[in-house]
Every structure is written in structure tokens, then in C-alpha cells.
Write a protein that binds this ligand. Structure first.
Ligand code: PMP
Length: 417
């Protein structure tokens, strides 16, 4: 009998037969509140009628208009619509399928544009599983082990993770920037540094928001030394954090912005945005791919952007995020095993720790499994898989948030008793 590879450890035993909004229906006849959203992908909820209609219409019109061969209408539509939400000046786009591929596109562009070899990566960052993206990933050895030698030239510099060290954000920020200056003086000189890449909120690394001082410090150093600031908004983009882009919280503009996940509500689509001047420095024909900017995915993405605007989903993510956060903080206040609640918008997490304040993956795992029994689907993250995260669809409403919090409270009791 054929089966899936045993290394693929599915987080829940659910066999999903149907999705609707913030819910998944299982083969077992149960309805599950889905606070995983396909790892932050189904931004408009499962099977939003407008996204479904756009995709269905496109399937009957043109499925694959290969974009290095022909231009197609959904790609034109999507490019124009992204122009309404992208930061000013980032007006040139290139599309791939996955986050990892877009990360590699950004790296390729940065190296070609600057003629410099190295990329600085922030400790705890996740950028994907292909060789270059895995080389830039430092959120857990599980993403790197057994895959070496990885790409050379990815050099690690700290991210301001205040909670882990018992610091305040200011101290964490000062430390991270001082270390960055040290790295630029001791490991990768500015002349060898093409770019620094960072997530506005560490995703797989444990849902740690960056600080304004840190991102502004990166911008300042990038400008001073002539390297590029790449923001990986694969997880934080398209309204997830209660602003359209995660970096909108920090007032820092990237040179290259990477988007994927929530962009197409579940269809595989990713992209990078940069100024035309910068994008023109990519060597002709060096970027491409058979399936990039697939016509059905582009139609779904254009519909996703319409739905996000028409249904005010960014504001909804902000409001529902505040409601969820407040409930999570109430549970944490009664639960010594939850050391920290953090995140932005609808990208929130609870960190589980032992009595000594050390990462506690065993308890986090028990709580995550107990939540499935309560009808709530959750994922883990963090270096030790000790952080339980919540990333519901942006269409989630008050009733669903409250239902999720009731299930969370019960799961935390079951998992910590
Ligand atoms: N960057 C970030 C910030 C991510 O969260 C992810 C996926 N979790 C990726 C890149 C890689 O995306 P993909 O799995 O689509 O290759």
C-alpha cells in the first residue's frame, strides 16, 4: 500500500473534507475551528465565494499562460491591484509559486544588483526549505540538519528576542544592533554584504515581533553601507498583523519585499517587489520558472485583494487580534506554564516554559493535541516547538474568537494538569 512519507508528521489526525470560512469539516463528521489557516495562507477563509468564483471562471478560460512566454489577463490584473497596496516606489514585480522560491529570487536579485556575495540573516528567522532559503533559516536545526553543506555566504546576526533573555525591548534592540555592527566589522564587511533579510515578526521562530528601533537600525545601516534591506513578509503580509504589511507597524521601507501565503487564499503564488531601478539590475532571463504567476493563482489573488479591501479584513484582523490577545493574556495570567503571549494582529502565540523558565515543548504539544479534542486546530513554532500559535483566517468574527478562546482555555487546563 502506498502512503505518505513517515517524516511528514501531520499536526492533527483530521482528514479534512471541506473548508468554509474559519472552519474545516473532518471526515469524522466534526467541525473544527481552524486557527492554522493552512499555515497562515487562507486569508479570506476557506473557499471564500468570490475567490472560488474567480478561480472557477479562470479555470474555464485559461489555466496556464506561461509567463515567460505570454502575458495573461489575471497577471495584468493582479499587478495593477498590488500597485494599490505596495509601499511607494516598489513598483516592479516578479512572481514565483512558493515562499522559498521568492526568497531565492530576492537573494539572486540582491547579489546581482550589488555584486556582493553575502546575505546577513537574523537569528531565529525562517525563510524556507530549498538550499539557499534553508541556508538563510536559523529557526531550528530541523530545517537544516542532514542537508549540509548548505550555501555559503549566509551570516547570522541577532534578532531582538527580549523575552528569552529576560530583557526589555530596548536592551534587546541595542544588543542586536551592536552585534550587527560587530558582524559587519568582523565577519562580513559592507563590501561583501549584498543584503540583510528579516521578518517583521519572526514566524516559525516563535512569533516574536521585531522592534521599531531594530528595523530602523537595519534601514539606516543598509543605507549607510549600500546593502539592501529585504523584508520577508511571506507570513506577515496581506493583513495578517492588523496592517496590510507587517512593516507598516514600524515605518520602515524595504528595498525588496517578499510576499506569498495569504496573497492567493490557498493557491500557490509568491512574489517579490522592488523599485524598477533595482529590478532592472537582475540579469536578463535570470529569474523565471515554469509555473510562476499561474493564471488561476493570479485570478484568485486578485479576488483575494478585492475581498480584503471590500470586507475591511485588515481592520478586522486588528480588532479580532486584540480580542484574541486579551483572552490569551487572561489564560496566561492563570497559567504559570505560559511564560509569554505575543505577536501582532491575528498572528499570536503563547510560549510554554518550565518552572525554570526553559522552553517546554512537552506541555505545548499536550495542549496542542488537547485543543484538537476541543475542536480547535493549532500549530506549534519556536526553536524547541514550545510555542503554540494562532493564525485564523482574517474573516474570523467575534463568535469564532470566543469559541476559540473557550476551547483554548479547556485545552490549556487539560494539557497542564
Ligand atoms: N518565509 C517565511 C517568513 C515563511 O513563514 C515561510 C513558510 N512558513 C517561507 C518563507 C517559506 O514559504 P514556502 O513554504 O511557501 O516555501
Amino acid at each position: 500500500m502506498t502512503n505518505l512519507s513517515p517524516q511528514l508528521r501531520q499536526a492533527t489526525p483530521v482528514v479534512a473534507v471541506r473548508g468554509e470560512g474559519a472552519y474545516l469539516h473532518g471526515e469524522d463528521g466534526r467541525r473544527y475551528l481552524d486557527f492554522t489557516a493552512g499555515i497562515g495562507v487562507t486569508s479570506t477563509g476557506h473557499c471564500h465565494p468570490k475567490v472560488v468564483a474567480a478561480a472557477q471562471e479562470q479555470v474555464g478560460t485559461l489555466i496556464h499562460g506561461q509567463y515567460t512566454t505570454v502575458m495573461h489577463k489575471p497577471l495584468q490584473r493582479l499587478t495593477a491591484k498590488l500597485g494599490e497596496v505596495l509601499p511607494e516606489g516598489l513598483d516592479s514585480l516578479f512572481f514565483n509559486n512558493s515562499g522559498s522560491e521568492a526568497v531565492e529570487s530576492a537573494l539572486r536579485l540582491a547579489r546581482q544588483a550589488t555584486g556582493r556575495p553575502n546575505v546577513l540573516v537574523c537569528h531565529g528567522g525562517f525563510h524556507g526549505r530549498t538550499v539557499a532559503a534553508a541556508s538563510m533559516t536559523t529557526s531550528g536545526t530541523r530545517f537544516r540538519s542532514g542537508f549540509s553543506p548548505l550555501m555559503s555566504g549566509a551570516i547570522v546576526t541577532p534578532f531582538p528576542t527580549a523575552y528569552r533573555y529576560g530583557w526589555d525591548e530596548e536592551t534587546a534592540t541595542r544588543f542586536a544592533l551592536k552585534e550587527l555592527d560587530y558582524v559587519l566589522q568582523t565577519i562580513s564587511s559592507p563590501d561583501d554584504t549584498a543584503a540583510i533579510i528579516v521578518e517583521p515578526v519572526l514566524g516559525e521562530g516563535g512569533y516574536v515581533p521585531a522592534t521599531e528601533g531594530f528595523l530602523q537600525g537595519l534601514r539606516e545601516r543598509a543605507d549607510r553601507h549600500g546593502f539592501l534591506l529585504i523584508l520577508d513578509e511571506v507570513q506577515t503580509g496581506v493583513g495578517r498583523t492588523g496592517r496590510f504589511w507587517g512593516h507598516d507597524h514600524f515605518g520602515v521601507r524595504p528595498d525588496i519585499l517578499i510576499t506569498a501565503k495569504g496573497l492567493a487564499s490557498g493557491f500557490p503564488l509568491s512574489g517579490i517587489a522592488a523599485s524598477e531601478e533595482l529590478m532592472a539590475k537582475a540579469w536578463p532571463g535570470s529569474q523565471g520558472g515554469t509555473y510562476g504567476a499561474n493564471a488561476v493563482a493570479c485570478a484568485a489573488a486578485a479576488a483575494t485583494l478585492d475581498v480584503v479591501r471590500e470586507e475591511n479584513l485588515v481592520a478586522n484582523a486588528d480588532a479580532m487580534g486584540a480580542r484574541l490577545r486579551s483572552g490569551l493574556e487572561d489564560v496566561a495570567a492563570k497559567t504559570p506554564a505560559i511564560g509569554d503571549v505575543r505577536g501582532l494582529g491575528l498572528m499570536l502565540a503563547s510560549e510554554f516554559v518550565t518552572e525554570d523558565g526553559e522552553p517546554d515543548p512537552a506541555t505545548a504539544g499536550r495542549v496542542q493535541r488537547a485543543a484538537v479534542d476541543e475542536g480547535l486546530l493549532l500549530l506549534l513554532c519556536g526553536a524547541w516547538n514550545h510555542v503554540v500559535r494562532m493564525i485564523p483566517a482574517l474573516v474570523v468574527d467575534e463568535a469564532a474568537i470566543d469559541e476559540g478562546l473557550r476551547a483554548w482555555s479547556a485545552a490549556v487546563s487539560a494539557g497542564t494538569s
